[in-house]
Design a protein around this ligand. Structure first.
Ligand code: RP5
Length: 177
């Protein structure tokens, strides 16, 4: 228990966030505009999560510590977004056996193709579930995390089914005028 409190204090400046089951991390605050779409889905589904900037390049020790302690802090799934030479999802996956979903953030130079290829091309043995570039990918990362958790949570399964129904309803009501 003391270790748990210490680790939370370490990561959250003394604010205890013990309920989070999804960890949303990103390489830079500039990724937030994309990654907030994952958090919007987690909010919609009522899933407790933590979010923070953890950079593979600028704070590599923090990245390792985050990944190594995520499971013991109660995290079940990690969503990691990064752009450019996007090492964060793969390196995080290398340091934990929790499922890691990688979100390629769109870049100015190469439109996110660099991010996508950096994240998706993991060698056999260390998987990263890679979603689409940008906002759609972040939304799907939130949904994929929810779907993983719904394997053990029937209420969450019902919420996901309601969400799917809302998508179908919106599509059927689409007005092309
Ligand atoms: C990556 O570098 C981040 O994930 C971000 O997408 C990109 C640019 O970061 P900033 O220079 O905007 O902080 O590590």
């Amino acid at each position: 228990m003391l270790v748990h409190l210490f680790v939370n204090a370490l990561f959250w400046g003394g604010r205890i966030v013990s309920q989070a089951v999804v960890g949303v991390i990103m390489g830079s605050s500039s990724d937030w505009e994309t990654m907030k779409n994952a958090c919007d889905i987690l909010d919609l589904m009522g899933i407790p999560y933590e979010k923070r900037v953890v950079s593979a390049h600028r704070t590599p020790d923090l990245m390792f510590a985050y990944a190594e302690t995520a499971r013991e802090r109660g995290i079940k799934v990690i969503i990691a977004g990064a752009g450019g030479a996007a090492h964060l999802p793969g390196m995080t996956a290398a340091k934990t056996t929790l499922p890691v979903i990688g979100v390629p953030v769109k870049t100015r130079a190469l439109s996110g193709m660099d991010s996508l290829l950096s994240i998706v091309q993991m060698p056999a043995g260390i998987p990263v579930a890679t979603v689409a570039i940008g906002a759609s990918g972040a939304t799907n990362a939130g949904l994929l995390a929810a779907q993983m958790l719904s394997a053990f949570d029937d209420q969450l399964k019902d919420r996901l089914e309601d969400y799917r129904e809302s998508l179908a309803k919106k599509a059927k009501e689409s007005d092309l005028k």
